[in-house]
Design a protein around this ligand. Structure first.
Ligand code: ACO
Ligand code: OAA
Length: 374
């Protein structure tokens, strides 16, 4: 049996054309396009098109995609009914996973597994996930969900469905950039889970439900919610240093730091840090940015760890007024573009993913009948 690597570290498990990640240089590209250029100049919809088609769209192609996404935003009424049956304490990520799974029941063409049908599913899932997340926010607080807009971009529509008001252009821009930055990241745990599921030729809903479940854990996408909970516990800039030193002394893991691949700054964190600072200035309350800065400095000094994408996204979402347990669902609403791109790629060049385990358990154990066991 070849040597095993815990956590599959540095194991190259597939070929992919979608996302290139250089952990030493801190360089991230989607189909060769640098994440910095996308964050600077693209939109979430254009980035999703790039992930699904491998090229940037023409204006007409982008306009067509936007229209299709608008048309797919509404949820089947039965999914809203299903949400009403869930206990109000159900976490938004669990509701998202359950609803994505249930959506397969409303796909009239489920037996059509052609690439075209799966492309439509990728667009549908991407269009509808913000409606699931924001509907649950209203339902759990005893309110009626707000119907999606039939125009406006993805970020604006999300914030509208969440608050019932059209956001100002800066707020919508910030969420749009955050969605671009989270859209794909090579073979991260949730994308791997989606590909493993797709490789059995299970349908796209099953693959995305696997991915949502995998993203929810605090060592992966769930870290952003834990980061803001930590910042809120710290509460004041003057308490940040002693809080974080105490946590490090206790050998706690500091959420939002460290990465399996990056050995330098996560290129997405640089954008989110800048946005966090600017939001602090615009809102007149830089507390969350300043606490984050102290935490970042001490974790870097004492552990040599860099902030990852989840660290500054936490204060950004908080300053946008987003409820803390919607942080990871927002991540999912972006990453679904990457997940579905990887599922399409998996279907196109499929082989079952089935590694081996190096067995370490007992051998030749005799079977003792139940009534003879002590
Ligand atoms: C979108 C994303 O998924 S980005 C990642 C989001 N997750 C987090 O922010 C959670 C906090 N970070 C972590 O737990 C880790 O850095 C991970 C899971 C992201 C990567 O972990 P791995 O590559 O498996 O590293 P591993 O868990 O083996 O840690 C290596 C060492 O660094 C330490 N370490 C790693 N991250 C942290 C952290 N955030 N805080 C404190 N110590 C840490 C570990 O305790 C371990 O130390 P040890 O060797 O003395 O036991
Ligand atoms: O790549 C990873 O392991 C985690 C990550 O940063 C992401 O999924 O965005």
């Amino acid at each position: 049996m070849p040597t095993t690597t815990d956590g599959l570290e540095d194991i190259v498990a597939t070929r992919s054309r979608i996302c290139d990640l250089d952990g030493k240089l801190g360089k991230l590209t989607y189909y060769g396009v640098d994440i910095h250029d996308l964050a600077q100049s693209s939109s979430f919809e254009e980035t999703a098109y790039l992930l699904w088609h491998g090229v940037l769209p023409t204006r007409a192609q982008l306009d067509d995609l936007r229209l299709r996404l608008h048309a797919h935003r509404a949820l089947p009424g039965q999914i809203i009914e299903l949400m009403h049956l869930l206990p109000k304490t159900t976490t938004p990520m669990d509701v998202l996973r359950t609803s994505v799974s249930a959506l397969s029941a409303f796909d009239k063409d489920l037996t059509d597994t052609s690439p075209q049908a799966n492309h439509v599913r990728a667009e549908r899932l991407t269009a509808v996930m913000p409606t699931i997340v924001t509907s649950w926010e209203h339902i759990r607080h005893g309110r009626e969900p707000i119907m999606p807009l039939t125009d406006h971009d993805h970020a604006t529509n999300f914030l509208y469905m969440l608050t019932g008001k059209l956001p100002d252009s800066y707020t919508a821009h910030v969420l749009d950039v955050a969605l671009i930055l989270h859209a794909d990241h090579e073979l991260n745990a949730s994308t791997f889970a989606a590909r493993v599921t797709a490789a059995t030729l299970a349908d796209m809903y099953a693959a995305i439900a696997s991915a949502v479940g995998t993203l929810s854990g605090p060592l992966h996408g769930g870290a952003n919610e834990q980061v803001i909970r930590m910042l809120l516990r710290i509460g004041e800039v003057s308490k940040a240093e002693s809080y974080i030193k105490g946590a490090l002394d206790r050998k706690d893991r500091i959420m939002g730091f460290g990465h399996r691949v990056y050995r330098t700054e996560d290129p997405r964190a640089s954008h989110l840090r800048e946005i966090s600072q600017e939001l602090g200035q615009r809102t007149g309350d830089s507390t969350w940015f300043e606490i984050s800065q102290v935490v970042e400095r001490i974790v870097k000094e004492q552990k040599g760890l860099y902030a990852n994408v989840d660290f500054y996204s936490a204060s950004v979402y908080y300053m946008l007024g987003i409820p803390v347990d919607l942080d990871t669902p927002i991540f999912a609403c972006s990453r679904v573009a990457g997940w579905t791109a990887h599922v399409l790629e998996q279907y196109a060049h499929n082989r079952l993913i089935r590694p081996r385990a190096d067995y370490k358990g007992p051998k030749n154990t005799s079977y003792v009948c139940l009534d003879q066991r002590a």
